[in-house]
Design a protein. Structure first.
Length: 344
């Protein structure tokens, strides 16, 4: 989910986010920031299937992914977070495909049909490892450059790729803005009320938490859905389609390592150290970018806290009345952000 530091900013005035923008906003962008949650939810739930799921050997994974649109179209790669899966883009992908894009929606390591190719590979959830999965996937699919979009873990991954491998990004769309993790900053304590919001991370830091997540992941993850998207009126079937991805045999290990690593309670792998050193410095992102704030971001929804991290062509949008799973809650608006980012 979102960074601990961002949550602190949001907590200061939760629910007080206003419409924000920049001089780079197009007419459609300005319209998007002004709409209500009801307007933004148009088109949500129109599709229930991702279609045939493909698989390809990509780095340490055999990555499962859905593909939409013409193979000759501008590639778009869309990345989900926790506790979600590729179904977050079940309505976004057809919109982009109809606009002529080739859309790739992978299941991240530890989710759905994606599998590690070797039982000996460490089940690592650190940010650079996940980002390199996507680079490997693009290589396997012979995609030199794509428009990348994501939220939660997906937004962090998009940011990492844009910072370390900008040549692979034509443009990006990042929900909640700049989410690259600094382990050093994550060691700093937060105000008590902000720490309360991270109960699940501290739970995961214990063996009781690991056992609890193993036994109760279905109810646990739906609780997170309800907390972070309180206005989203999804049905039981919608959650069940995504929850099937949590049956992945490596899901618990990847989730636990991801959150323990972020709190410096678990080691990463030495092969990623050089990337993490670069990311710890908080590198700026120079590729064209559109960032999105939602109700989940609270006071941080205006994007001002991370504006200086984006040094290229840039626009920011606020989706009032939308929770954390922005692409599934507001698919048309998210798809429009991808299209607009491509044309910045």
């Amino acid at each position: 989910m979102i960074s601990r530091r961002r949550f602190t900013q949001a907590l200061a005035a939760t629910g007080a986010a206003g419409v924000a923008g920049s001089s780079a906003l197009t007419a459609s962008a300005a319209s998007a920031t002004a709409r209500t949650g009801a307007d933004l939810r148009a088109g949500a739930g129109e599709h229930t299937t991702l279609g045939p799921i493909k698989r390809i050997k990509a780095g340490v994974l055999e990555t499962a992914y859905a593909e939409f649109g013409p193979r000759t179209g501008q590639p778009v790669v869309l990345l989900h977070g926790w506790p979600y899966d590729a179904h977050s883009y079940v309505d976004v992908a057809p919109i982009l495909a109809a606009a002529g894009y080739r859309v790739i929606v992978p299941f991240l390591r530890g989710y759905g049909p994606t599998r590690f190719r070797s039982s000996r590979t460490f089940r690592n959830g650190q940010q650079s490892a996940v980002a390199l999965d996507i680079i490997a996937l693009m290589d396997a699919l012979e995609i030199d450059q794509a428009v990348l979009g994501g939220f939660d873990w997906g937004a962090r991954t998009v940011g990492v790729i844009a910072a370390l491998w900008p040549e692979r990004c034509k443009a990006i769309v990042s929900v909640s803005g700049y989410l690259i993790t600094s382990l050093e900053k994550n060691l700093e304590p937060l105000p008590p009320a902000a720490e309360l919001g991270w109960w699940y991370q501290y739970y995961f830091a214990t063996e009781r938490g690991v056992k609890g997540y193993q036994q109760n992941w279905y109810a646990f993850n739906e609780l997170i859905w309800k907390i972070v998207s309180p206005l989203w009126k999804y049905d039981a079937a919608t959650y069940a389609r995504t929850a099937a991805s949590f049956r992945n045999p490596d899901h618990v290990a990847i989730v636990i390592h991801n959150y323990r690593w972020r709190l410096s309670l678990a080691e990463g792998e030495r092969q990623y150290d050089r990337y993490e050193r670069e990311l710890a410095a908080g590198p700026a992102i120079g590729v064209p970018a559109i960032t999105i704030g939602s109700d989940f971001d609270g006071a941080a929804a205006d994007g001002s806290g991370y504006r200086d991290k984006f040094t290229g062509k840039y626009a920011h949008r606020v989706f009032d009345g939308i929770g954390h799973n922005v692409p599934q809650e507001a698919p048309k608006a998210f798809a429009q952000a991808v299209i607009d980012a491509d044309h910045l």
